[in-house]
Design a protein around this ligand. Structure first.
Ligand code: XUL
Length: 527
């Protein structure tokens, strides 16, 4: 019998499934279900409920439950060998929170397969909607919690991140302040990840150290709820939080609901879920400390793993627990492909090949010219007033401007990941812009390490499937090794390795200080 594992990813706009065959080292099934299209009755747009206040972004948790039913029905229809699935794990959009009342435990334990999940969950919510990661309506609560914890540096060193509007703690505080009665009726607070795991397990699921670190409530070093942070957030909160544990740890057999309704094996294990970023880190093959992956999409995201917990005293980076042990960081640069495309449009360059040729026609270091391409307000570094800043760079010099946007992005990545204290040995590059060899060469030269391209589809769902496999093997005392487990699923594109150019490395080493000066200068007028 093939050893199959299911990974689910409950993201902002969709629920995705990946089934892996562990011994064959292959993904054998994948499917994505778009919330707006498949479940229009929930009236979401891109997975979010309309709201008059542009800062408020909520979603209905019942939508996610309904999607779980639909996705299993689809897998059954697609003749996935559901009987052979040994364990299930998953990932959720981070930070989003679900508020359950005292009826939830019984309802979860008695899920009736004759009814839908939505019907089964009737009356279990203390709050109808769930604030999600896109919500930025809690600036006040962030300031209040940060102040009680002693400022940015201490908040970050205790909880892994400064307080952020989207993080769960500030969201809980806002709920407590604006609707204290409903807060009081809340018996259990779940994350998107632990809510979905609770449905599969038929009981309240623990949160994992990865997603738990996205709450501003978990002690990032001790891996338990931080007393001061919990107290600073809302009264009687500790009793509403579940225990914390490793992602992939077995919660129990899957609820009979899924066995009877969809034909899952009664012995299939429901395991603890994690956040989509920690799961992606596994799906991108980062299981050892000192590894880095860069996802080059609309925004650029830098993922790095660390053995020891370092936190960013400037409060820009986040530290989460990694499902493979140790820590991971996530640094999001908003002006990624967004900025690259804007420069291409501005200079009317017809395609990326021509853009690349222009970059190659200019020397590393751009004869000292620098560009800060903040077309949109930037997250790292924090820029509130968008704008372009040129230093020693002629706006009319097309080729130099093309090189300048790539160099600035790579230098910014190096500068703003220094706090990790990790010099990566190699970087995996993924996402649309990873097919641009000139960009990858500049990243290799600035970071002074080899860069390899990796093409992983649905990295979060894949990471979740691998986490399920790891959890199952651990429960069977098979002592699984993470690197061996992920290797067949995360192979780099053959021949894609880019080696740093020694001369260029020296030039960029010297340029980093100048970049930092220019950035700090520009920040004075950008905030
Ligand atoms: C991470 C974050 C987003 C969501 C996306 O801090 O808010 O990446 O996890 O689903």
């Amino acid at each position: 019998m093939a050893k199959l594992f299911l990974g689910l990813d409950s993201s902002t706009q969709s629920l995705s499934a990946i089934v892996i065959d562990l011994d064959a080292g292959k993904v054998i099934y994948e499917h994505s279900l778009n919330f707006d299209q498949a479940l229009p009755q929930f009236k979401t747009k891109n997975g979010v409920l309309p709201n008059r206040d542009p800062l408020v972004k909520h979603a209905p948790p019942l939508l996610w439950a309904a999607a779980l039913d639909l996705l299993f029905a689809q897998m059954k229809k697609d003749k996935v060998a559901l009987k052979n699935i040994l364990a299930i794990s998953g990932s959720g959009q981070q930070h989003g929170s679900v508020y359950l009342n005292e009826k939830a435990v019984e309802a979860l334990a008695q899920l009736d397969p004759k009814k839908s999940l939505v019907e089964n969950l009737d009356g279990v919510f203390a709050r109808k909607t769930a604030p999600i990661w896109m919500d930025s309506s809690t600036a006040k609560e962030c300031a209040e919690i940060r102040k009680k914890l002693g400022g940015i540096k201490f908040t970050a060193s205790r909880t892994g991140s400064d307080t952020f509007e989207r993080f769960t703690g500030p969201q809980i505080r806002k709920f407590y302040k604006t609707d204290p009665k409903a807060y009081e009726k809340t018996a259990h607070i779940a994350l998107v990840s632990s809510f979905m795991a609770s449905l599969l397990a038929g009981k309240i699921a623990p949160m994992d150290f990865g997603d738990g670190a996205g709450t501003n409530l978990m002690d990032i070093r001790k891996h338990n709820w931080n007393h001061d942070a919990v107290k600073a957030t809302a009264p009687s909160l500790i009793g509403k939080l579940p225990p914390l544990a490793d992602a992939g740890k077995v919660i129990g057999p899957v609820s009979p609901y899924f066995v009877q309704k969809f034909g899952l094996n009664p012995e299939a294990l429901a395991t603890i879920w994690t956040g989509d970023n920690p799961a992606s880190v596994i799906g991108l093959g980062l299981t050892k400390p000192g590894q880095v992956a860069i996802s080059l999409g609309t925004s650029d995201t830098f993922f790095g793993t660390m053995e020891k917990c370092q936190t960013d005293e400037n409060g820009e980076g986040h530290v989460f627990g990694s499902p493979a042990g140790g820590y991971l960081t996530l640094i999001c640069f908003k002006n990624g492909s967004l900025a690259r495309e804007k420069i291409r449009e501005q200079y009317k360059i017809s395609d990326w090949k021509k853009f690349g040729a222009l970059v190659e026609s200019t020397p590393a270091g751009n004869n000292g010219g620098l560009l800060l391409p903040w077309f949109e307000a930037e997250i790292v570094p924090r820029v509130n007033k968008p704008g372009l800043h040129r230093f020693g760079l002629d706006e009319k010099n097309v080729a130099a401007n093309c090189r300048a946007v790539f160099e600035a992005q790579a230098l910014s990545m190096r500068l703003h990941s220094q706090w990790m204290g990790v010099a990566p040995e190699q970087i995996f590059a993924t996402g649309g812009a990873a097919s641009n060899p000139q960009l990858l060469q500049i990243i290799a030269d600035v970071m002074n390490c080899h860069v390899k391209r990796i093409e992983v589809n649905k990295s979060a769902a894949l990471g979740a499937a691998l986490t399920a496999a790891h959890g199952w093997l651990t429960a069977a005392n098979k002592n699984p090794k993470w690197d061996k487990l992920v290797a067949p699923f995360t192979k780099p594109v053959p021949g894609s390795e880019i080696t740093p150019d020694k001369k260029a490395v020296k030039i960029y080493d010297a340029m980093l200080d100048k970049y930092a000066f220019c950035e700090s200068d520009a920040l004075d007028s950008a905030n």
